[in-house]
Design a binder for this molecule. Structure first.
Ligand code: OGA
Ligand code: MN
Length: 315
């Protein structure tokens, strides 16, 4: 079978069907998926029938999968270290009452790109729904290529050599966590150009996120205003759409040409079980052993960002 593609916005987002993602794909089928991703930036696959293992196996087609950081004494709900837990559940599968965990997840409801705070960013994120709330809990996506195209020339020129400084803790602070500035200043930050060329399409894209704290060389207040203005520009109605989930649905987004955020739902009362694999940019398909900067980063992290920490179970 071959891929069927149904666009969502004229240049961004598409429903895809016609491939069975539970089995091993041929090289040609993988290329059909990456071609669709390069063109549309976000692809939505309904009712995939995938389990955890198939999710991880399918994701390996696109590069090295980041692993959930290890932390001594941490507990982990999911069976593979390649699965990041985007749910509101604790290790026992019950709705978490842990304030730190609840606070941490609030950061996902700000516009962001995954791993913008790491030196090596995430290219594709692949999020699979295992259980969904009765109402709400959709995910929103924004088109950072078309938004870039539509900027006035003077702004494109101004942004040409600008570098964003990105911090995980900055985004958690924006979401309401109580983290002092000195602590953020003392922790790791990653630098990425605010504009880059998206390799798969050759189109330019903005690269900004809730993690983007400052613009290198700019006055702090002016840089922060610029970041806010760019996020507001990219998230105008004409550049965004939302996905309403059913169990078994998977969405793949390319963080290097989109932003996303989770929608609101009744997270204190309704289970939302979402699991995510995360491909490191610039890596070969099926690479298994690369370095593990996530564990290093999180080892020096306050409890407020500890939700994904796993016990080392030899996986
Ligand atoms: C993520 C994320 C949003 C959501 O998993 O990276 O931002 O709607 N998720 O679960
Ligand atoms: Mn995310």
């Amino acid at each position: 079978m071959s891929l069927h593609v149904e666009p969502i916005l004229p240049q961004f987002g598409a429903y895809c069907s016609g491939l069975d993602l539970t089995r091993q794909l041929s090289a040609d089928e993988v290329k059909q998926v990456t071609d669709a991703m390069d063109k549309w930036g976000v692809t939505v696959w309904c009712n995939t029938g995938m389990n955890d293992e198939q999710h991880v196996e399918f994701s390996r087609n696109f590069g090295y999968l980041e692993r959930v950081p290890l932390r001594e004494g941490g507990t982990y709900r999911l069976p593979f270290r390649e699965l990041f837990d985007a749910s509101n559940l604790n290790a026992e599968g019950e709705i978490t009452q842990d304030e730190a965990a609840i606070q941490y997840r609030k950061g996902d409801r700000l516009w962001h790109t995954d791993s913008a705070f790491m030196t090596k960013r995430t290219s594709y994120s692949l999020l699979l729904a295992h259980s969904v709330p009765g109402e709400g809990g959709q995910t929103w996506f924004a088109d950072t290529r078309t938004a870039y195209d539509d900027l006035p020339d003077h702004m494109k020129h101004f942004l040409e050599d600008k570098i964003g400084i990105n911090s995980l803790w900055w985004s958690r602070k924006l979401a309401g966590a109580d983290i002092p500035d000195e602590e953020i200043d003392a922790r790791f930050k990653a630098e990425h150009p605010l504009v880059h060329t998206h390799a798969g399409s050759g189109r330019k894209a903005l690269f900004i996120a809730a993690h983007t704290m400052d613009v290198k060389g700019m006055d702090k207040a002016e840089g922060r205003q610029l970041i806010q203005d760019l996020i507001a520009h990219c998230t105008q109605d004409k550049y965004i759409f939302s996905v309403s989930w059913n169990v078994g649905d998977m969405v793949i987004w390319d963080n290097l040409c989109s932003m996303h955020k989770g929608g609101e739902y009744d997270y204190a009362n309704e289970k939302r079980d979402m699991r995510r694999t995360t491909v490191r940019e610039g890596t070969e398909p099926r690479s298994l052993e690369l370095d593990d900067p996530f564990t290093e980063l999180f080892a020096a992290t306050p409890k407020v960002v500890d939700i994904n920490a796993a016990r080392d179970s030899g996986r």
